[in-house]
Ligand binder design. Structure first.
Ligand code: B12
Length: 312
């Protein structure tokens, strides 16, 4: 007999299928074959499942997508499954299985455990140590990008709560802000204006770009999140930066973004170069360079500075 409280937290097989993307047929078959997910039967004979099964079944679905066989993963605990999809997230054939890669992944997993426990002191300490070992560019490419991707995945799978995701993001924001400001503590230099478009709520891409840009000789003017178009234009007209740099996350309407970037291109003087990165940056826009990643950005800046020196 199931008591009333427990009954409240039970869901139907259809609901479970909708929440996990696993068909009702497969759920029934797994229960028969592997004994899990285990259902409770109503007096009518209908199956009911605990809601708590959802994160584990989502993780199973992810593991199957990544190429694992059902027999290997269906009985796994949530922790074991996260180990599989977290440590070998995509089973990417292009990923180098060398020691360095796996030790980077292990460190990211160690940081994830600190995020679980809201341990900001030791998380930030870990960032500092790795920054000193890797240097700014490799720290961004090998650790910050994988960490935020791992946090995003953990949140998607229900392993990390929204609070844990916010906590992780805030630790990264404060670390990266302090680092680029230290590196960019200069009065002279050519100017980069860095901003995001209106309604942008993701600023880690721009902060990582600021760290990389600080390795050049530029002086950064950082406008950050959600900058109104008119403010970007008036600041650019006032300070005449050589470069205007954006980071655009993937949750924006591409057409709207195109319209805004082309509008800026029309409004600003030709000598202001416009670049943008982030998954929401439209490709092939006339007068706007899309830069895919931070290694390319670093090399691009070296060339850009050479050309500036020639033209001055
Ligand atoms: C952290 C995060 C948040 C934080 C942001 C905190 C902050 N201050 O930044 C908070 C919690 C606020 C948030 C909110 C939301 N988020 Co969010 N968020 C994320 C998360 C986990 C990380 C994003 C991030 O910072 N990535 C880091 C950047 C660096 O990565 P990137 O954009 O992929 O860019 C790559 C390159 O292009 C390059 N790059 C980026 N910028 C630049 C710039 C230059 C110059 C260069 C050279 C390169 C470069 O760097 C990256 C390295 O490969 C992602 C999941 C994920 N895995 O990305 C979701 C994600 C982006 N969010 C998402 C969503 C839907 C939202 C919300 C709408 C959720 C909601 N329902 O409320 C809200 C936005 C609300 C709003 N009104 O705008 C979705 C977008 C999906 C989509 N296609 O629409 C994602 C993908 C999560 C998901 N899987 O659903 N989010």
């Amino acid at each position: 007999m199931i008591d009333a409280d427990k009954m409240e937290s039970l869901i139907s097989i259809g609901e479970l299928a909708r929440l996990t993307g696993i068909t009702t047929h497969t759920l029934r078959m797994w229960e028969k074959r592997y004994g899990t997910p285990r259902s409770h039967r109503l007096p009518s004979g209908h199956r009911r499942y605990p809601k708590e099964d959802v994160p584990r079944l989502r993780a199973i679905a992810k593991a199957l997508e990544s190429g694992y066989r059902a027999s290997k993963v269906v009985s796994g605990t949530l922790e074991e499954l996260h180990g599989l999809i977290g440590l070998k997230p995509l089973m990417d054939s292009t990923a180098k299985p060398d020691q360095e890669n796996s030790s980077n992944e292990l460190l990211v997993e160690r940081w994830i455990r600190k995020i679980h426990g809201f341990e900001d002191d030791s998380l930030l300490q870990g960032f500092h140590e790795q920054w000193n070992k890797s240097g700014p560019l490799n720290f961004i490419v090998d650790f910050m990008v994988p960490l935020i991707e791992r946090v995003g995945k953990g949140w998607e799978l229900g392993e990390l709560t929204i609070s844990q995701e916010h906590f992780a993001t805030e630790c990264m924001i404060s670390f990266l802000s302090s680092k680029w400001r230290l590196l960019n503590n200069r009065k002279e230099g050519w100017t980069i204006l860095m901003a995001t478009l209106p309604a942008e709520t993701h600023n880690l891409g721009l902060l990582m770009s600021a760290v990389v840009a600080s390795l050049s000789g530029a002086k950064i003017i950082y406008l950050g999140l959600d900058t109104p178009m008119q403010e970007i234009i008036s600041t650019a007209n006032k300070f005449e930066p050589e470069l205007l740099c954006f980071s655009i996350s993937c949750h924006h309407d591409m057409l709207k973004t195109e319209e805004r970037l082309l509008g800026l291109r029309r409004e600003l003087k030709k000598k202001v170069t416009i670049i943008s990165g982030g998954k929401g940056t439209p490709p092939n826009l006339p007068g706007v360079y899309k830069i895919e990643n931070f290694n390319t950005f670093n090399k691009w800046l070296v060339e850009f500075e050479k050309n500036l020196a020639v033209s001055n």
